[in-house]
Each structure stands twice: as C-alpha cells, then as structure tokens.
Design a protein around this ligand. Sequence first.
Ligand code: THU
Length: 138
Amino acid sequence: MSSNLPLDRLFEAAADVRVRAHAPYSGFFVGAALVDREGRIHVGCNVENAAYPEGTCAEAGAIAAMVAAGGREILAIAVVGGPAEGGEILCPPCGGCRQKIREFAVEGTSVHLREADGRVTSLAFADLLPHSFGPGHL
Ligand code: THU
C-alpha cells in the first residue's frame, strides 16, 4: 500500500460500513474504504434503489465522501463484498467504479480485496484500468 496506513484498518472500515449497505434487491452487500493523501479514511456502501439503475456502488459512496471532505487523491482503496448472509467473496470494482477511481488515482494507487478466509488480493490500480481516459486528456 502506498501509504503508512495499516491495511487491517482499511479493511476494518470497509467491513464496518458494509453492514450498513442498502441492498434489498441484489442481496449483495459491499463496503469500500479509501485512504486519501491526508491519511484520512473515507467509507461508502452500496445503496440500491427500487428504480434499479439509480443504485450506487460502495466505491462511489467512498469517493463522494472523500470529495465532500476536501480530498482529491486516492492512495489506496479496500473493497469487501458478498451475499448478506454469506462471507466475503472477491469483489473487484466494477467497470464504472474503475473509471470513478481513475479520476482521483495517483501513481501507485492500490486496490485491495479480501475474501472470507482472510486472503487478500492487492492490485495496482493501473493494472485494473490500462490505457484509461483521465483528467489529463482534457
Ligand atoms: N457493487 C458495488 O457496490 N461495487 C462494485 O464494484 C460492484 C457491485 C454493488 C452494486 C449492487 O448494489 C450490488 O453490488 C450487486 O451488483
């Protein structure tokens, strides 16, 4: 991880917010926690809607919280997700969330995914969205 924050704390924050997800339609609960340049943690959970396309992902919520707090750089983001009654399964950010993360990604931004058995998959964000379109194009 490209910050000094222990990964355990980031996963703890993601797991804590995951239980507050509003996911009555999919039954798939997701929590995301990111650390910004200032070392602050921002969290989000998925918020589904009866009008299905209006639902939002956990990552989007965490990004919105960061921006509202004045943060503009994501150093690392942890995502945990899975069926409500089940454990965590590997939950990589969806395509739309990859683009949302891209907006605030920096050199070395990392993405961390945890499964129920505690296994952690850590990825370089650049590998999740290669050849991406970003702020530098405009
Ligand atoms: N979901 C997220 O919150 N983040 C992702 O990156 C993948 C999917 C949510 C959206 C929806 O509420 C549920 O998981 C099932 O797709």
